[in-house]
Design a protein around this ligand. Sequence first.
Ligand SMILES: C[S@@+](CC[C@H](N)C(=O)[O-])C[C@H]1O[C@@H](n2cnc3c(N)ncnc32)[C@H](O)[C@@H]1O
Length: 315
Amino acid sequence: MAAPETPTVKPDNFPATYPPLIPTEPQLLADDSYEQFVSAPKIVAVDTELARRIPTVTKKTLLDNGTGTGAMIIHAHEQGKLVHPFKVVGVDPDTKALDKAKAKLAFLGDAVELIEGKSEDLPVPSESVDVIIHANSSHLAKPIQKAFSESFRVLKPGGEYHMIMAYEKKRSYAEGMEGRAWGLWISLVREYLMERKGYKKEQFQSPVDLRQHTEEEMVQMLKDEGFVELETEFVDVDMGPEEFVGIGNYHDFAEGALPGIPVEDAREALVKTVPALFRRLNRDHEKDPAKPAVVKSTRRWFFVKAKTRCSGNIK
Ligand SMILES: C[S@@+](CC[C@H](N)C(=O)[O-])C[C@H]1O[C@@H](n2cnc3c(N)ncnc32)[C@H](O)[C@@H]1O
């Protein structure tokens, strides 16, 4: 018998529908970090939703796996989940991002420690952490199973693992939207690079596909590591122009979208083509304003909660 589909929900805290606004001239930022994307309204909403789901961390340690510029730690704090005394450890391989996180999190003082490292080889002792946040970065672990096994190793008995990602293999787009905006965007970006920067068609390679595993595969991997009480959910996130500009500006995304193209050109083309992308998505509406404006591309975030056994982490 086929397993029942995991339900898709929209959390209560999501902002209402997007204003039908197409930016005229989005600016490429000097800062090519994840910062702009993570500040876009719908990404704030999905990350806040995760922060709401973690338990309160007091006399406990929270590990933010792939912390980047520390956005999830800020959300956890804003949701009242960090209550002194507590400890937060942020791990990320990108030292530039960690420098930003350090500045942003200075107000939390000694309670925060930021360490260079990868989720596949966590620089953290075994059974030393109560709660793990693994937000928007598990898809970058090579392989993801090693990140799961390391998370299991560092969690104390009864610890909680909370993961979100936008790269579940079968369900990362809402029905009817499978890659539509994404495919269109890439073709507009290639046109931009050919027309304005003199690139040739042959120079373009296929974008890197980060969707490696299905929900079922990831659940099985987590169970194989010894995790119990698994809960999964899909959350629809209506990405609008602001989110597209934010992600296009991010250097890691630009490198994956346009492999082999210098990242500055890739970022410029991605950011500058967002208005054209939304005008194309809105073609029917522009011709006939009675038709609804398409001001979003719905992406599905995959949420996982898992625990270690209370009596000890025996596989
Ligand atoms: C899309 S950002 C997400 C940052 C943050 N978790 C958030 O949601 O705001 C992905 C982060 O994962 C980091 N990363 C890349 N490879 C990683 C790995 N193997 N282990 C841990 N983090 C990794 C990147 O440096 C980047 O900071």
